[in-house]
Design a binder for this molecule. Structure first.
Ligand code: ZN
Length: 440
């Protein structure tokens, strides 16, 4: 059944760093959805008469319909350690993260966590994500089962970690990669799900495991790859000791064939020019995680150098290293990091990375991250007057159609309250999540 939303419409038709006319705004717009897809979009006055008279139109004037957010990096099991104090990454892993992850040996824990996790994404307006499970196959099994029931576009993988982790969180080189291949065979391509070969990071995989992970990724180029790289200076030093044969931390992955398009590397802070050039030419995506980088004090991402090198970029929350599931927060922290580096990133650029840019980088161009007819109806309704302060600041900008300033005010002042509704495949996902959480 067709339903339509009457609101302002905002999306991008190009990358704003290359094209001045990249942002598309319809002040009094109408967007129609049917069977999970966008079927029409345009100006209300001209589009309404072309739709059947009995198509229900939700009047959302004063609000903005825009593509849902894409979170390019976060961890399912870390919902229980978000907001934990630690002096740095490696201590944080040992003290909080590893113990929390051990609980995921129990499938019931995995199922409950997966439900909560996906509900939280819906509350925040995130319609797609690249997710790390734990070392346990059942964590990803539970996540995919829940995601499929909700018809989500989601990438996930079980962590490969056969060394330098507690005994109860280690797989083996062969066993871990075999379990990954089994999960991929069962889930990749089912609905909108995709499997990612997921070495946690170079420090927790043996050479043999990286070699086998690379073989799997080479044999099945449709699969994604995800890992972490160059997050923190102590970590970078440690990886250099573990892999003296590699030119750099990134080169460890490159040597095992793990650098290609559909590969997503979180952080990418402490890279050099050769690394960045290699990312650019390989098509591997940098998932910038600004909230996490500030929270853990890991370092400041170099936006200018990454753009110069042509690195495909997306934003991630890195929950629980990041202290928020909100992509508003991720965009705000990205702005702050750019400022601390003496750089400047426009609100259009930030918003693009959180939506269409991520979709393009992940190979989903045209499918999501756009309001174009034919695209999957993954979108959000943003309320620029969600709080009295937001109303005071944003309403005049909306009236003037100052889009760049409006997006900036939204990303600075906004949080989940500004997400009026989240639509996943054309169905309201935020109200459904609120209903489930209230009745849990
Ligand atoms: Zn992470």
């Amino acid at each position: 059944m067709t339903i339509a939303l009457r609101a302002s419409l905002l999306d991008f038709t190009a990358d704003p760093s290359h094209s001045a006319g990249a942002v598309r705004w319809v002040d009094d717009g109408l967007l129609a959805m049917d069977r999970g897809r966008i079927v029409a979009r345009g100006d209300h006055a001209s589009l309404r008469p072309t739709l059947a008279a009995d198509v229900p139109v939700q009047d959302l004037r004063g609000r903005i319909v825009t593509p849902g957010f894409i979170d390019a990096h976060l961890h399912l099991p870390q919902i229980d350690v978000i907001a934990s104090p630690a002096p740095g990454l490696l201590q944080w892993l040992e003290r909080y993260t590893f113990p929390a992850e051990a609980a995921f040996a129990d499938p019931a824990v995995c199922a409950e966590a997966a439900r909560f996790f996906l509900d939280e994404l819906a509350l925040q307006g995130t319609t797609s994500a690249c997710v790390f499970g734990t070392v346990h196959a059942q964590s990803v099994e539970a996540l995919f089962a829940q995601a499929q029931a909700r018809d989500l576009r989601l990438v996930a993988g079980k962590c490969l970690m056969d060394v330098h982790a507690p005994d109860n969180l280690r797989d083996t080189a062969e066993g871990g990669v075999q379990a990954s291949a089994d999960l991929a065979a069962r889930w990749h391509g089912r609905g909108r799900l995709a499997y990612a070969v997921t070495p946690r990071f170079a420090g927790t995989s043996s050479r043999r495991q990286l070699e086998l992970a690379g073989e799997l990724a080479r044999a099945q180029p449709q699969l994604y790859i995800q890992s972490h790289v160059a997050e923190n200076v102590d970590e970078v030093r440690w990886i250099a000791e573990l892999f003296p044969e590699a030119r750099s931390y990134l080169d460890v992955y490159d040597r095992y064939g793990l650098l290609r398009s559909r590969a997503v590397y979180a952080h990418c802070i402490h890279l050099d020019a050769a690394d960045r050039a290699r990312m650019g030419e390989s098509g591997a995506v940098a998932a910038i995680c600004p909230t996490s980088n500030l929270f853990l004090g890991s370092g400041l991402f170099d936006f200018a150098a990454a753009l110069d090198a042509g690195m495909p970029l997306a934003l991630g929350t890195d929950v629980g290293g990041g202290q928020s599931f909100s992509m508003f927060s991720a965009m705000r922290s990205a702005h702050e990091i750019a400022r601390l580096r003496g750089q400047s990133v426009s609100s259009l650029q930030l918003w693009h990375w959180a939506t269409r840019g991520a979709a393009q980088a992940l190979g989903w161009g045209g499918a999501v991250g756009t309001l174009e007819p034919g695209a999957e109806a993954d979108l959000i309704v943003v309320d620029p007057a969600a709080t009295p302060l937001m109303a005071r600041r944003c309403t005049p900008l909306l009236r003037r159609e100052s889009i760049e300033e409006l997006l900036f005010a939204l990303l600075v002042l906004g949080d989940d309250r500004a997400v009026h509704e989240t639509y996943v495949a054309g169905r309201p996902a935020k109200s459904a999540a609120q209903h489930r959480l209230e009745n849990a």
